[in-house]
Design a protein around this ligand. Structure first.
Ligand SMILES: *Cc1c(COP(=O)(O)O)cnc(C)c1O
Length: 375
């Protein structure tokens, strides 16, 4: 079976665990701090704060920015559910916008049409590693609306010459094994806003005024800090920080390799008339977290997936449309047709295997299998 995705880990990650295991410092400490410094430098931002996941980074980002009850935050419907869930955790209301069926990213005009007096922010999702058109969003939205990034899929991606994670006010990345680099579970909040970073740092650690490492290494490690905010425990472990550091060093080669194989797919699959290829940015860089195609309107996507499965090739729908999920239909009264492009993407997208453990013959097998599919 050719898997849709597989993490790429080796001896270096194994070795990196030795130091925290031997020192006994397992919670957030020096390895996480080093991972944060390198991640921030790599993505051209001032601050990076590691978290337990992208979902918690999204929540932390919104909470640190003061988003709460009575506020509305615009998010695309075609994304992973946690983009919208994170808004709900703060007590604010997610307002779903439709996506562009070519890029799969939020449609700036549709987003602008959903602005109300309560709208405080928008979360631009860089779906599958392709940066959302943040410049078009900025132009389409009133100035006071804050642009955040869901960069879960976008480690190493660029819009023009600017890195994902530095395109909005703050961003959240994921290190789930389905993404390009992984720490098992894990996430990262990035921002150039020192004040937001300072609040987020406290909220990540129960709202404590000083971090555990600061306390242990400070003059009075026996005294507990004050807690002036309602915080959470969203700290990454140093074991994960150690693995993240190794993975980050491999990010550039992972993305370059993915880009090379994405180009191979784009070239080899163009003669299949019923399969729309993902769009490649004219400038900047697609991180290719996933290679997501779209079947023609008269093709039964699930039948195609079944035929590929029989040939030992795993595929998946790109992601879901949030407005079609039970919790959102029950809470907000959406019907499947509320956001037609997102619905269409949920029903017609198909991710092909693309990861850094695939060999040339695996990619060739996928292409041959697709060419043999009967639609
Ligand atoms: C994977 C993903 C998330 C969630 O990331 P976790 O680290 O699993 O919480 C959020 N948004 C998008 C767009 C994703 O692809």
């Amino acid at each position: 079976m050719i898997q849709i995705s597989a993490p790429s880990l080796g001896n270096e990650e194994w070795e990196a665990l030795r130091e925290p295991l031997e020192s006994g410092w397992l919670t957030q400490g020096p390895k996480v701090a080093e991972f944060e410094r390198h991640f921030a430098a790599h993505h051209g931002v001032e601050h990076a704060l590691a978290t337990t996941s992208c979902t918690t980074a999204l929540h932390l980002m919104l909470a640190a920015a003061g988003i709460g009850p009575g506020d509305e935050v615009i998010v695309p419907s075609f994304t992973w559910i946690s983009t919208a869930n994170a808004v709900l955790y703060t007590g604010a209301t997610p307002v779903l916008a439709d996506v562009d069926p070519v890029t799969y990213n939020i449609d700036p005009q549709d987003a602008a049409s959903r602005v109300s007096d309560q709208t405080k922010a928008i979360i631009a999702v860089h779906l599958f590693g392709l940066c959302a058109d943040v410049l078009a969003l900025r132009a389409a939205l009133p100035d006071h609306i804050v642009i955040f990034e869901d960069a879960a899929c976008a480690a190493g991606a660029m819009l023009g010459d600017q890195w994902a994670g530095s395109l909005g006010h703050a961003a959240a990345f994921s290190f789930h094994p389905r993404k390009s680099i992984t720490t098992g579970e894990g996430g990262m909040l990035t921002t150039n806003d020192s004040q937001l970073a300072e609040i987020a740092e406290k909220l990540r650690n129960h709202g404590a005024e000083v971090s555990e490492e600061q306390r242990h290494k400070g003059p009075q490690p026996y005294l507990l800090p004050d807690f002036n905010h309602l915080g959470f425990n969203y700290r990454m472990t140093d074991l994960q920080g150690a693995i993240g550091l190794v993975q980050l060093r491999k990010l550039e080669s992972f993305v370059a390799e993915r880009d090379q194989w994405a180009a191979f797919y784009l070239e080899s699959l163009t003669d299949i008339p019923w399969l729309q290829m993902p769009s490649r940015p004219a400038s900047g860089r697609h991180a290719w977290q996933a290679f997501v195609t779209r079947t023609a309107v008269d093709v039964d996507r699930n039948r195609v997936m079944a035929q590929l499965f029989e040939q030992g090739i795993s595929t998946r729908p790109g992601t879901h449309a949030i407005h079609m999920l039970g919790h959102y239909q029950n809470s907000f009264g959406f019907t499947d047709d509320s956001l037609p492009h997102s619905r269409d993407c949920e029903l017609r997208t198909m991710a092909l295997p693309l990861h850094n453990r695939m060999a040339a013959e695996d990619f060739e097998r996928v292409v041959a299998a697709l060419q043999s599919v009967r639609v």
